[in-house]
Design a protein around this ligand. Sequence first.
Ligand code: PMP
Length: 323
Amino acid sequence: ICWSEWGGWHRPRVQPYGPISLDPSAAVLHYGQEIFEGLKAYRHADGSIWSFRPDANARRLRRSAKRLALPELPVDYFIESLKQLIAVDGDWVPSAPETSLYLRPFMFAKEAFLGVRPAKKVNYYVIASPAGAYFTSGPAPVSIWLSTQYSRAGRGGTGAAKTGGNYAASLVAQAEAADHGCQQVLFLDSVEQKYLEELGGMNIVLVYKDGTLVTPHSDSILEGITRDSILQLAEDRGHRVERRPVELDEWRAGYEAGDIVEAFACGTAAVVTPIGQLKGDGFTIGSPDATPGALTMELRQALTDIQYGRADDPHGWMLRLDS
Ligand code: PMP
């Protein structure tokens, strides 16, 4: 779908996958004016194709658009774009257990000019790619590296928006994590460097012995739809949920005292991943061969059961895409 300041949203169409031609002066190439989303299409046992809370992705795309001075795509256009794609490419939604078709809607400034201002011509696309089961033998706990040299997002910056620049800024930190034998990087707040923010592409949740789930609330993290859903499922099961600033020291002390008994990361791609250990300069919490937490695994199962149509959907989260 195209957008221009004078014509609004127009020219919705499905076209074969292939290169996009861009003017070398296209604003996105110079000033990074672009945003995206990530969600999945799931095939249920009867063959039907569903997505999980696409309205939440649509609304988040609108919030990202606002922050990046891009036009806000109406929620129904977003949903329609997914349905149109599935109408053509539905056969690509796999049916093996725990597989899906990953959907990547994105929007960027295509107007050609060299000054710094919001573009008046923008394109919105959706591409798709089959996603295998993320874990071959059940989710194995990951090791994460605490980055103290780099921040992902600053106060007043674009941390709450899903925009490429945030990910570009996280790449060196992710490489640093890999150098320390970790699969993921954990960022702290950029101002005081003491509050937990999120991983490179997932939110983080800590579980207390009494079953309370605690997750960072911050203006500079991405509000994950997986996290919101997992916390809702926890509340449904009678767990207390706290969304508030969480200090790194709270985790350290809570772990040492035996009060914090599980930690997990969550996001669309990996769903829920147990965190085995956190490593930082001169300290370690947990152990790499920790067993996945029981509540972590219960909530993961509850969520995927809804997504794959194996359980009731009490919150009305699933939307059918192929009808
Ligand atoms: N934080 C970041 C930085 C992410 O990239 C993602 C993945 N979109 C998430 C959190 C989790 O969001 P969601 O559950 O909506 O996929």
